[in-house]
Design a protein around this ligand. Structure first.
Ligand code: HEC
Ligand code: HEC
Length: 467
């Protein structure tokens, strides 16, 4: 009896001790091993914050050197919207939102632009303010080019969508409006010793909405001298700028960017943050040392940028930034709204059979698992843009430049012009040479002798819109 009594008394104590021991071991093990779920939530939270709001210290360039804030201090909201800047409605207090909805906001008052920037409502534009409310500097983030809004409040005003390109944004016009372009001129003089500030401004003005020329500041090539024949862009000496690509649905893809010649998402993130946005960070790539291909990058040593770890504002952010971008899913088209399901089903067959698209755009990744790049010869298009990226080595040891097999998921958004001004809908391939998906399909039909009928082209397009 006494034994039983002791047991009964002891049992809860023992049980408690055992549970406590288990909990501590679990704690010890989980802090040792970590949890994928907790980690991914944290990385996505941090990555989103970086993508939307982190300037990596680049205000020292955009404000400090180019004095872009001086332009913005007198920029009316009307001008800001015309340049393609987008407003995050969720960052607006109810009164401001109401005023926009009622149309009572003064679109000609630069103070309104400054208020919107102060509220962190202008996508990708971060302001630093004087006591009197004017800007003392300005920095840019990834979101300026790679986010747009759903237009739910008004055109260019709505909820943020990260990863969808802002195809309205006129990056060239924004840069050209900076009071001091001398730092850019000096960079370009490494390839063109006599280039003037006016010439640089006019090059920037050739880019147009939705485009940016990242390679210009490495190779100094502003125009494509090769013959381009197609629907929208035709002729020689077309701008070397490329479309801002879709940056959703990218996980599982090996090579990135239009050419695939640079590397992965995280490679490009480090490069852009340091050498394009001019944030304070570290970036290495010895391929930049080739003076024939990269006359500017080689001289300016852009492949050897080192910042000491205590002042580096980029390197520690790369893991979360990478993770966040890979977490962004492609937009999902709605059957019957965004595409015709019956036609799409017929198009599905064509995609794999007669039209042979699946030989490169592998379902359901829409690029090749493995080496997802093709030479200009294989693509039967000019090789200008491909030649601007580093080459890889082919089977016979020759260097080859290529184009990356682009993702097709979420393509319907661009064909419909959803979340974009209607005049800017569409535009496909690296330089936007095709305006519509029909232009794309017609071009494949001609380049690869597919002999598609009009009905087949229609079905194939409905299928492309269903991805
Ligand atoms: C000034 C506009 C602009 C800004 C700012 C910008 N990008 Fe880009 N981004 C582009 C363009 C244009 C390309 C295509 C470049 C190419 O292929 O030559 C691109 C390509 C990419 C790609 C490749 C997508 C794919 O399909 O593989 C990723 C990822 C990316 N950018 C991430 C970022 C991140 C992260 C930042 C911030 C550090 C950033 N970008 C800032 C314009 C911009
Ligand atoms: C030999 C490989 C290959 C084949 C076959 C191929 N593609 Fe492509 N596709 C590519 C590459 C590479 C690109 C990027 C080209 C560029 O930007 O210059 C691309 C780009 C595209 C784009 C534009 C994507 C964007 O973001 O602008 C569409 C749409 C497309 N392909 C559809 C098709 C269709 C439809 C077919 C079949 C008729 C097809 N492709 C066949 C390799 C291929």
């Amino acid at each position: 009896m006494k034994k039983l009594y002791t047991l009964l008394v002891l049992f809860p104590v023992l049980a408690f001790a055992l549970i406590a021991a288990k909990v501590t071991t679990q704690d010890a093990t989980s802090s040792l091993i970590g949890s994928a779920e907790t980690n991914s939530e944290r990385m996505i939270r941090q990555g989103r914050q970086i993508f939307q709001f982190d300037t990596f210290g680049d205000q020292a360039f955009w404000g400090g050197q180019l004095k872009l804030h001086q332009t913005i201090n007198t920029l009316t909201p009307k001008q800001a919207l015309a340049l393609g800047l987008k407003i995050d409605s969720e960052a607006l207090p109810p009164a401001v939102l109401q005023a926009i909805q009622n149309g009572t906001v003064n679109l000609n008052d630069p103070a309104v632009t400054l208020l919107l920037i102060k509220l962190k409502a202008v996508l990708g534009v971060l302001g630093f303010f004087n006591q009197n409310g004017t800007l003392s500097s300005v920095g840019l983030t990834c979101a300026v080019c790679h986010s747009t809004v759903d237009d739910s409040v008004a055109p260019s005003v709505g909820r943020r969508i990260d990863g969808l390109a802002n195809r309205d944004l006129n990056v060239g016009a924004i840069a050209a409006s900076a009071p001091n372009l001398q730092p850019v001129v000096e960079l370009l003089r490494l390839a063109h010793p006599t280039i003037t500030e006016n010439q640089v401004r006019s090059i920037l003005m050739t880019w147009g909405p939705g485009k940016f020329d990242a390679e210009l500041f490495l190779d100094g090539k502003a125009f494509n001298p090769q013959q381009v024949t197609n629907a929208v862009v035709t002729g020689t000496n077309v701008s070397g700028a490329t479309l801002i690509p879709n940056a959703r649905g990218l996980s599982g893809h090996n090579l990135h960017t239009w050419t695939g010649g640079w590397g992965t998402v995280t490679y490009w993130n480090a490069f852009v943050a340091v050498n394009e946005l001019h944030g304070k960070g570290t970036f290495f790539d010895e391929r930049f040392d080739n003076p024939q291909q990269f006359p500017i990058a080689a001289k300016a040593k852009l492949g050897h940028v080192a910042t000491d770890p205590d002042s580096d504002k980029v390197t520690s952010k790369l893991p979360a930034l990478h993770f966040y971008q890979l977490a962004l899913p492609a937009l999902k088209p709605r059957p019957g709204v965004d595409f015709d399901p019956d036609a799409a089903e017929r198009g599905d067959k064509l995609f794999s059979d007669k039209a042979n698209c699946n030989s490169c755009h592998r379902e359901p990744l829409w690029t090749e698992p493995g080496w997802n790049q093709h030479s200009p010869g294989e693509m039967k298009i000019d090789g200008f843009e491909a030649s601007r990226a580093p080459a890889s080595i082919n089977a016979s040891g020759k260097p080859v430049h290529g184009y990356r097999t682009m993702n097709l998921a979420g393509l319907f958004v661009r064909e419909r012009g959803l979340f974009m001004f209607p005049q800017d809908k569409g535009r496909f391939y690296h330089d936007g040479r095709f305006k519509t998906l029909l232009d794309v399909v017609n071009s494949y039909d001609a380049r690869f002798n597919l002999n598609l009928t009009d009905q087949e082209k229609h079905d194939l397009i409905e299928y492309l819109k269903s991805l």
